[in-house]
Design a protein. Structure first.
Length: 381
């Protein structure tokens, strides 16, 4: 058993499990978008992966066509009477690009039997074995009487089902068609079927042991283009990333500048608030401070003429006077009649002064000043 025989089943299982995910649809979209960004010459080179050189037997003649991107173009017609020279005519009439294309034999859809098979997604891991088992149930042929291939039409990931088309071709039909190609049969890479409107069905009914080995120049070209595409994608992603990093750096610098300006504004606002608070405090203290003019006017109005003051102390609205009076004992009563002086009381005893003949006193009281009443207080009658 060769290494290829061991690896092939593993690759088939991996390919089937990959097909059960949403990745194929995503990569198909991504690859289509990527190809649309490439130059026209590159897109044409990449289209070669789906191109082929098709042989169609018409009576005894063979029509050679190039099939690329669903379009068919006749290249030459090989006349049946010159079948011994077909190989030479083909090599002489093809360009180097056409010689590299895979060569397939096209058969009409009338010679094949097609059956639709609803299968679980898990069956895709061993699709050929499953189709071989269904062959006896879906067709009147035995396995050794036909060549067959399958085509996955649709995958339903929600229902976990796959819609598969089984294509069956009698061996005698294929063998006869291959023989009609003469020496060209040794170059065949596959056998496909013409579906509706001349499009290819997309199967390969030629057994793997009868397929001609292909050169690897196209593979190398595809790999090189894939690597270039990947490099361009990485360059584009790095450029986008660099632009994003520069934008983030500029945004961070702008944010830092705005944050510094905000801190300065907050500091000035705090200073302004403190200044306003200090100004308000001084204004409030000034407003609460009693008017000295009104206080002196009220004392002058309520103190008798035989009384004189030696000391006057004012602390906010608290008033303390010290002096001499002929009627010191009556001063408390006189002050009680005032509308702006309250709680008058003698502070200490009344002491007679032998030098002046008057009584020395100390009187404390509270001065009341109505807010906004700085000049409207008049003397009592």
């Amino acid at each position: 058993m060769s290494v290829a025989d061991v690896i092939q089943p593993m690759l088939l299982q991996l390919r089937a499990r990959y097909a059960q995910t949403a990745l194929p649809a995503f990569f198909a979209w991504w690859w289509g978008e990527l190809r649309s960004l490439l130059p026209a010459g590159w897109r044409q080179a990449l289209a070669a992966e789906s191109a082929s050189l098709a042989f169609t037997v018409v009576d005894r003649d063979v029509r050679v066509e190039e099939i690329r991107s669903g379009q068919r173009r006749e290249v030459m017609l090989l006349i049946g009477d010159q079948s011994t020279a077909w190989q030479e005519q083909l090599q002489r009439g093809l360009t180097d690009a056409l010689r590299e294309l895979p060569k397939i034999l096209l058969l009409p859809s009338a010679v094949v039997l097609r059956r639709a098979l609803p299968l679980p997604l898990a069956a895709l891991e061993n699709l050929r074995q499953v189709c071989a088992f269904e062959l006896d149930r879906q067709t009147p042929f035995k396995l050794d009487q036909v060549y067959f291939d399958s085509l996955v039409l649709r995958r339903d990931l929600v229902a976990k089902q796959a819609h598969v088309e089984l294509v069956v071709l009698p061996r005698a039909v294929l063998d006869s068609a291959v023989v009609s190609l003469g020496s060209l049969a040794t170059q065949l890479n596959g056998v496909d079927v013409m579906a509706d409107h001349g499009a290819l069905l997309g199967v390969n009914l030629l057994p793997s042991e009868r397929r001609a080995a292909r050169g690897h120049s196209q593979l190398y070209l595809n790999l090189g283009l894939a690597m270039v595409s990947l490099l361009l994608v990485l360059i584009g992603m790095s450029a986008v990333l660099e632009n994003r990093l520069q934008a983030v750096a500029a945004m961070e610098a702008d944010v830092d500048e705005q944050r510094t300006a905000a801190r300065l504004t907050a500091g000035k606002r705090e200073q302004l608030g403190q200044a306003a608070e200090a100004a308000n405090f001084l204004a409030e203290q000034k407003r609460l401070q009693p008017s000295m003019v009104l206080m002196l006017q009220e004392l002058t109005h309520n103190l008798p003429d035989d009384t004189f003051l030696e000391r006057l102390n004012v602390s906010k609205a608290e008033l303390s006077i010290t002096g001499q009076s002929a009627k010191a004992a009556q001063l408390v009563k006189r002050m009680q009649d005032s509308s702006m002086l309250e709680s008058p009381a003698l502070n200490g005893p009344i002491q007679p002064d032998g030098r002046t003949g008057l009584d020395r006193f100390t009187l404390t009281m509270h001065f009341i000043q109505t807010i906004g009443d700085s000049t409207s207080q008049g003397a009592k009658p």
